[in-house]
Design a protein around this ligand. Sequence first.
Ligand code: BTN
Length: 261
Amino acid sequence: MSYSEADIRWIENQLETARIGWQIISYDEVDSTNILAKHLLDQGEPEGTAILADCQTQGKGRMGRTWYSQKEMGIYLSLLLKPRLPPERVHQLTLVAALAVADAINAFSTTQATLKWPNDVFIKEKKISGILSKNIASGDHSGVVIGIGINVNHSRFPAPIDSLATSLFIENGETTDRKLVIATLLRNFDRQYQAYFDQGMAKVAERWAKNSEMFEKKIQVTRGQESFGGTALRLDSNGRLVVLTETGREVSLDSGEVTLL
Ligand code: BTN
């Protein structure tokens, strides 16, 4: 079922958040909630605005990929933020969001979700959620768009992602009401976002690491044209991934694509 007016009001009534979800704008179909969020940011919409769609025709993933956005099956959500942060710290918000997403998934999943740096949430080695953050620094209104996709009620995925993706339905064997997950996610995000400003990134990094199983594992890192193998060692207090490369060097990454080997 599409989101009704009543669903959106219900979500808003569940929130009692400090900043997130004060305004929820819902659409049946959009190209991408991230593109729309950027326009809304340009128009001066306030921090915490949530843009929700039932279906995306051009859902954006990382590295120019497409996010599979089947109608009524997943959560396709973008949050508009206006943090007072220097640009080099904006990537940290992806980790804040990932924590909020993992907690929300765990509230509904029979199997524990785990985090893969920087933006993926997995269940049993299959991806259930991805996050795409964008720093918008041009124009009169600057800010950050955090786009979140969660696979909720998909019973299957098309090739080539069929062997890589999972959903709450596939894991639990029953459907989940998306509005319950959205309300939980927005509350979690509000809490994690506040904690990030109150306690600092080091605490976020600690919590993030507790929800991840990627440390001590062999990984392949792709950064622009560069690709190298190594072992994921830890997150540093700025949320950078520290990797021991195959050539014995320690490098700290604040962006990049990581594949678990
Ligand atoms: C990834 O893992 O590649 C990131 C996927 C992010 C998908 C979400 S769905 C809502 C928002 N709108 C988009 O176009 N993309 C993000």
